[in-house]
Design a protein around this ligand. Sequence first.
Ligand SMILES: Nc1nc2c(ncn2[C@@H]2O[C@H](COP(=O)(O)OP(=O)(O)O)[C@@H](O)[C@H]2O)c(=O)[nH]1
Ligand SMILES: [Mg+2]
Length: 246
Amino acid sequence: MADTLVIIPTYNEIDNLERIVGRLRQSVPEVDLLVVDDASPDGTGDLAERLAAADPHLTVLHRHAKDGLGRAYLAGFDVALSGGYQYVVEIDADGSHDPASLPAMLALARAGNDLVIGSRWVKGGAVANWPWVRQAISRAGNWYARVALRSSIRDITAGFRVYRASALRDLDLSAVSSQGYCFQVELAWQLERTGHRIAEHPITFVERATGRSKMHSGIVLEALVRVTIWGVTYAPIFSWPRRERR
Ligand SMILES: Nc1nc2c(ncn2[C@@H]2O[C@H](COP(=O)(O)OP(=O)(O)O)[C@@H](O)[C@H]2O)c(=O)[nH]1
Ligand SMILES: [Mg+2]
């Protein structure tokens, strides 16, 4: 059995899903794949079933309605942990994350890191075709999270990751409350502040060529409010110097 499960969350990704599955199969042929679809009206769930029929190492989890990225991943983590996988990968369906980076990221996890982040904001990382507004939100959001949470992570909102399953087991996933992309911040920060090993591997994030982003202002607001509350509650906000990551 494969020791790695790659989770691909989808909402209206009918023009992207087959391509990302093909690219994953080229770069990491040995892994299992799980598509978590939130009843996409465009038929992505049916396409996922057709792909699963042709690939015994691809399964599909259908959820009843669009319920946010965080909850989709939590459902995927349940499958990964109950299935006994040792490594759990998060990757977007829209082609923004290049599966060719995965062998290096998995090697970093196998070398002992609990979380490996495909990072845009470390040396060697980059973004391509991203509108300046999105870049500004990402840079400002990461800066704010670093200061408010006293985090050392450069790209704490990134959605391309490898988790060691044992690290996910260390967390109380039932207490994870973020619904949108703030979920990524919550998990990385929980692992950082409980002394887990975190590595950032530089990637180039390429904005999707087809389909639409599900990002909206409510998602940004959720992250802003939650990070501020966590910062005030758990890390003396704006205090300095930051704790060094071990
Ligand atoms: N299952 C599920 N997937 C989602 C949801 N929201 C976003 N996604 C998926 O999460 C990934 C990233 O979303 P995207 O809209 O590209 O975000 P952006 O890259 O930040 O603009 C894509 O694979 C989406 O299909 C959701 O509510 N449920
Ligand atoms: Mg995207």
